[in-house]
Ligand binder design. Structure first.
Ligand code: URA
Length: 233
């Protein structure tokens, strides 16, 4: 990680403030004054700001391949939840960043960092989400255009934002949406006269579901994946 990023992550300073601190001779790396913001820093490198040693925050960031039949909740006395699939010490610290329906599978993000999950779910951040959608009927070209232009969902008066549709087969599409309305994908397809028979999320922002994860398995996000949500390209 670059020194200015490291400083920002440890302290909550903005990148601009971090650069200013570096240029202002307030930062030491491995005991030496460092005035170059792009100096590479490893996790074990000793970095000091105004003489205080910095450490990376201990937040948890995970991706899970959510299996069918578990709900996106931290606890539920009656039904198995995605958080129940984690070891208890981790489960008590995390919440879900962007829910999936019980019958939807695929990429679920879990974290202990409330600010980070807000960036994933906030409508103002425009974090795109991509779903593989198994359809009951082939998608007509008219229905495809409607999805691409925006459709009116039942009971709402504001059309959805334009979506990206990629045809995978006659009855399978990849749909990228820029919002997270309630049951959005299922309702979008219903609005164009089709029906979702299977839904699998493969991408959130720049984070792609790791193909090594079997349903129910999870792994920690890399630093790059965590940062991609904060600094989208
Ligand atoms: N849209 C849906 O309809 N369901 C999900 O689980 C996610 C998006």
């Amino acid at each position: 990680m670059r020194l200015d990023q490291y400083l920002a992550t440890c302290t909550g300073l903005s990148r601009k403030e971090a650069k200013k601190a570096i240029i202002g001779r307030r930062v030491q790396v491995s005991g030496e004054l460092c005035r170059s913001a792009n100096t590479p820093v490893a996790e074990a490198t000793l970095v000091e700001l105004d003489g205080s040693v910095l450490s990376l925050p201990n937040e948890i960031y995970l991706m899970m391949n959510k299996p069918e039949g578990v709900i996106s909740a931290t606890t539920d006395s009656n039904q198995p939840t995605a958080v129940d699939l984690l070891p208890t010490d981790m489960a008590s610290k995390v919440h879900i960043a962007g829910r999936l329906d019980k019958d939807t599978t695929g990429l679920l993000l879990l974290t202990s960092d409330g600010k980070w999950s807000h960036q994933v779910t906030s409508p103002r951040r425009d974090c795109p989400k991509t779903y593989q959608v198994q359809l009951a009927e082939p998608l007509s070209s008219d229905a495809r255009k409607q999805l691409e232009n925006g459709v009116l969902l039942k009971g709402e008066n504001k059309p959805t934002r334009p979506a990206i549709v990629v045809n995978c087969s006659e009855t399978k599409i990849e749909l990228t949406i820029h919002e997270g309305r309630y049951h959005q994908v299922k309702r979008m397809l219903a609005a164009v006269g089709n029906h979702v028979e299977g839904l699998h999320r493969v991408r959130v922002g720049a984070i792609t579901l790791d193909p090594i994860l079997e349903p129910g398995q999870y792994r920690e996000l890399t630093e790059e994946e965590v940062r991609s949500i904060l600094n989208p390209v």
